[in-house]
Design a protein around this ligand. Structure first.
Ligand SMILES: Nc1ncnc2c1ncn2[C@@H]1O[C@H](COP(=O)(O)OP(=O)(O)OP(=O)(O)O)[C@@H](O)[C@H]1O
Ligand SMILES: C[C@@](O)(CCOP(=O)(O)O)CC(=O)O
Length: 449
C-alpha cells in the first residue's frame, strides 16, 4: 500500500476589517469559503544516503512541477535546498526551508517525497480550462502555468502554504490531527512564517489564519515576531524559529464565527484586479499625514465593524430564540421587502454604511481606490436585488470583487443576467464554509479524467 495522506484548506474573504486588521488592536470578520486548496503527500522509498528529493506537482497548471533536492549532514542545520531546474516558486521554497529547519530532519534516513497540489475552481479565472474529475472531486486544468492564470483573490498562496505545511508536518510527525488545537497552532505558526517570507512582507496573516482555522473573528500577531527572526540562512535561525513556533504566545484571536442559517455570502468577481501592496502603502501614507483625524476615521470604521459583528450575532440569537420570526424576516427579504423595517437587519445595514462611508473618505483623500465610485455603484445596485441584505468591497477593496450577504435562495445570476449594470460581474460559484483545515482521503484524488 502507498503511504499517503491528503489535506485541504479553504480560501477566504475579509468581510469587515480591511486595513484595520494590520493593527493588533482591531478585530476583523474573516469568512472561509468552499473553494479549497489540496495537498496529497506520498512517500517514495529511496536508496540515496546523501539527500532527499521533493517533488511538488501542480498538474492543473500546464503540468507545473518543482523538483527540490535537500542535501546536508545528518541532523544538520547546514542543509542545502535547491530546485533542480532553476524553477521558482517562493511559496513552496520557503515552506520547505522552514519545515526542514524546524524538524532537523535526518536526511540520510528519510524517503523522497511527492506532493500533488490541487486547487478548486474558485481561485482562478476559468477561461481556457477544462474539467477533469472522478466520483469525488473535480478540478479545472489550464493551458498556462500558475503565474500566468489570473487569480480571483481568494488567497491561493496562503491556502497553498498552509496545506503544504500540513502535508509535510504529517509526513515528519505522523500523529498530527487537524482536530487538535495544538497541531493547528503548530501548522498556523509555521505557515505564517513561510508565507510572510515568500511574500517579502508581514501582512496581517488573516488569510493563513482562515486557511487553518476556518471562518473566524481574527486579531493579528505582533509583526515583530516575524520581523525579528534572524536571517533564514544564519546559524541562529533554527533556534529562533523553534522558539517562535513552540514557545511563543502569538496572542492572536481566532474565534470561530459563521453567518446564521438562511443567509449566505455571495462573491461577485469584477476581475480587473488591484494591487494590495500599492493600496496599503497609499493608505499608510495618508494615515500618517492626517493624524489625529485619520485615527478618528479608523475608530469610526472599527465601530462599524464591531456593530456589524454584533448585528450578525444578534441575528444568530434571534434564529435560536424565535426561529419563526427569523424565518419570516428571511422570506420577506427574499421577496424584495424592505429589510430596514426589521431592527436586526437595519443594525447590520447601518453598520456597513458607517464602514463604507469612511472608506469612501479614505479613497478620496489617499488616492487608494478602496471603494471607488464604480464599485460603490455596483454595491448600491446589488442592494436593490431581491434577497440581498448588504454588501462590501472585501479585503483591500479596489477593483477585484464585491461580497454580498444574501438569502440562501436568492438567485442573483438570474436577476442580473440581462442587466447592463452587472455586465462586468461574474457571480462565483462558491459559498461560505466555516471549516478550516480538513484531512481528506488520498484515493479521492486518483484517476481524474
Ligand atoms: N495551485 C498552486 N500550485 C502552485 N503554486 C501556487 C498555487 N496557487 C498559488 N500558488 C503560488 O501562489 C502565488 C500567487 O500568490 P499571490 O499572493 O500573488 O495570490 P493570492 O494569494 O491568490 O492573492 P490574494 O492574496 O490577493 O488573495 C503563485 O504565483 C504561486 O507561486
Ligand atoms: C489591506 C489588508 O488588510 C487586506 C488585504 O486583503 P485581500 O488580500 O484584498 O483579501 C492587508 C492585510 O490584511 O494583509
Amino acid at each position: 500500500m502507498v503511504n499517503a495522506r491528503a489535506f485541504s484548506a479553504p480560501g477566504k474573504a475579509l468581510l469587515v476589517g480591511g486595513y484595520l486588521v494590520l493593527d493588533p488592536r482591531y478585530s476583523s470578520y474573516v469568512v472561509a469559503l468552499s473553494s479549497r486548496m489540496h495537498a496529497i503527500v506520498t512517500e517514495v522509498k529511496s536508496s540515496d544516503p546523501e539527500g532527499i528529493k521533493i517533488t511538488v506537482r501542480s498538474s492543473q497548471f500546464n503540468g507545473d512541477e518543482w523538483n527540490y533536492e535537500v542535501k546536508g549532514e545528518k541532523g544538520s542545520q547546514n542543509f542545502k535546498l535547491s530546485e533542480m531546474n532553476d524553477k521558482k516558486n517562493p511559496f513552496v521554497e520557503k515552506t520547505l526551508l522552514n519545515i526542514f529547519t524546524y524538524f532537523q530532519i535526518s536526511l540520510s534516513e528519510t524517503s523522497n517525497i511527492m506532493i500533488d497540489i490541487y486547487s478548486d475552481a474558485g481561485y482562478h479565472s476559468q477561461a481556457n480550462s477544462v474539467v477533469k474529475k472522478n466520483y469525488h472531486k473535480e478540478f479545472r486544468y489550464h493551458t498556462k502555468s500558475i503565474t500566468e492564470v489570473p487569480k480571483t483573490g481568494l488567497g491561493s498562496s496562503a491556502g497553498l502554504v498552509t496545506v503544504l505545511t500540513t502535508a509535510l508536518v504529517s509526513f515528519f510527525k505522523p500523529n498530527i490531527s487537524v482536530a487538535k488545537v495544538a497541531d493547528l497552532n503548530l501548522i498556523h505558526n509555521l505557515a505564517q512564517v513561510s508565507h510572510c517570507q515568500a511574500q517579502g512582507k508581514v501582512g496581517s496573516g488573516f488569510d493563513v489564519a482562515a486557511a487553518t482555522f476556518g471562518s473566524i473573528l481574527y486579531r493579528r500577531f505582533d509583526p515583530d515576531l516575524i520581523n525579528k527572526l534572524p536571517p533564514i540562512n544564519s546559524t541562529e535561525y533554527q533556534g529562533s524559529l523553534v522558539n517562535l513556533i513552540d514557545e511563543t504566545d502569538w496572542k492572536i484571536t481566532a474565534e470561530p464565527i459563521g453567518l446564521p442559517k438562511g443567509l449566505r455570502l455571495v462573491m461577485g468577481d469584477v476581475s480587473s484586479g488591484s494591487e494590495t501592496t500599492k493600496l496599503v502603502a497609499k493608505v499608510k501614507e495618508w494615515f500618517n499625514k492626517n493624524t489625529p483625524r485619520s485615527e478618528e476615521i479608523y475608530d469610526a470604521i472599527n465601530e462599524g465593524n464591531l456593530r456589524f459583528i454584533d448585528g450578525i450575532n444578534e441575528l444568530s440569537k434571534l434564529l435560536e430564540q424565535s426561529p419563526d420570526k427569523y424565518e419570516g424576516m428571511i422570506q420577506s427579504l427574499e421577496k424584495g421587502g424592505d429589510p430596514k423595517s426589521y431592527e436586526c437587519f437595519k443594525n447590520i445595514m447601518d453598520a456597513v454604511d458607517q464602514i463604507r462611508e469612511n472608506f469612501r473618505i479614505i479613497t478620496l483623500e489617499s488616492g487608494a481606490d478602496i471603494e471607488p465610485p464604480v464599485q460603490s455603484k455596483l454595491i448600491d445596485d446589488s442592494l436593490k436585488l431581491r434577497g440581498v441584505l448588504t454588501g462590501v468591497v472585501p479585503g483591500a477593496g479596489g477593483y477585484d470583487a464585491i461580497s454580498l450577504i444574501a438569502t440562501e435562495h436568492a438567485n442573483l445570476p438570474s436577476q442580473t443576467e440581462k442587466d447592463s449594470n452587472f455586465k462586468n460581474v461574474t457571480w462565483l460559484n462558491l459559498r461560505q464554509e466555516n471549516t478550516g483545515l480538513a484531512e481528506e482521503l488520498p484515493s479521492h484524488y486518483y484517476n481524474l479524467e
